[in-house]
Ligand binder design. Structure first.
Ligand SMILES: [Zn+2]
Ligand SMILES: [Zn+2]
Length: 264
């Protein structure tokens, strides 16, 4: 068995990642409208009925957009932190979601899911560590800084998806109002390309060698800047892309190719 991630969408216009192993499929977040989500799943031969659940990271609309429809119309269980669920229902309207407590282990099919807190301006925001019998994958976007705990959590992971949200220079010179620039750049906002690259390097040193970089800002970043920053930080340490590590940048407006865990 090996867990893989297929980002259906990644960025401030919507986030959703299909998590699968040979037997089961579920989603991390559902921040696309229902018809678009279904369309993107269909394009990779996955039906809505194949989805065993959705685990929500936090209540921002780019992560929850179709949660109520998936729950009410498709009867797919939507899991969110106990503290976050009332806020999600306040935004979307009532649905029968499944609340879990901090530290609780969720089981979807034969995969176990553990949440961990992320520093972000939302109600009890989390990232996820997913394990099955043979592999482990970690998802962490929407975090203003990298908590030290994330390096322990990622140890032994065959795959990590991490946020690479903004280029500091583009953010500084860009069109956003000062308060928004401050919010994004704060320790509870989003992660810069450089901070992401530094975290990737540290994770690589601890043995993880497959990465997906995601949640790129459309206004304050480019795919090129993300790639260049990653390469410059990792090249300095002597690590070579394609040989020592593998990295892919997730797309916003189309499905990104599946990346599977290295078997651990
Ligand atoms: Zn987001
Ligand atoms: Zn957010």
């Amino acid at each position: 068995m090996s867990i893989s991630f297929t980002p259906l969408a990644s960025g401030s216009k919507g986030n959703s990642v299909l998590v699968s192993n040979e037997k089961y499929k579920f989603l991390i977040d559902c921040g696309l409208c229902f018809s678009e989500l279904r369309k993107r799943l269909f394009s990779i031969d996955v039906k809505i009925e194949d989805i065993t659940g959705v685990i929500i990271t936090h209540e921002h609309i780019d992560h929850i957009k179709s949660a109520r429809t998936l729950s009410n119309t498709c009867e797919i269980p939507i899991y969110a932190r106990y503290e976050a669920m009332p806020r999600i229902e306040e935004i979307l309207g009532h649905f029968d979601g499944v609340c879990y407590e901090q530290g609780e282990i969720l089981t979807l099919g034969d995969m176990e899911i553990r949440s961990f807190s992320t520093p972000h301006d939302a109600v009890a925001p989390v990232g996820y560590m997913i394990t099955d019998k043979d592999s482990k994958a970690v998802y962490a976007t929407d975090l203003g800084s990298v908590p030290l705990e994330l390096f322990d959590i990622s140890t032994g992971a065959g795959l990590v998806m991490l946020e690479s949200n903004y280029d500091p220079e583009m953010l500084k010179c860009g069109p956003y109002p000062a308060f928004l620039k401050k919010r994004i750049g704060s320790d509870y906002g989003h992660l810069s390309n450089y901070d992401c690259a530094e975290a990737v390097l540290e994770m690589l040193n601890k043995g993880t060698n497959k990465f997906i970089l995601g949640h790129l800002s459309e206004n304050n970043n480019t795919r090129q800047k993300t790639g260049e920053t990653l390469l410059s930080v990792l090249n300095k340490s002597g690590a070579e892309l394609g040989t020592d590590y593998f990295a892919k940048i997730a797309w916003q407006h189309k499905v990104t190719e599946t990346v599977g865990c290295a078997i651990t």
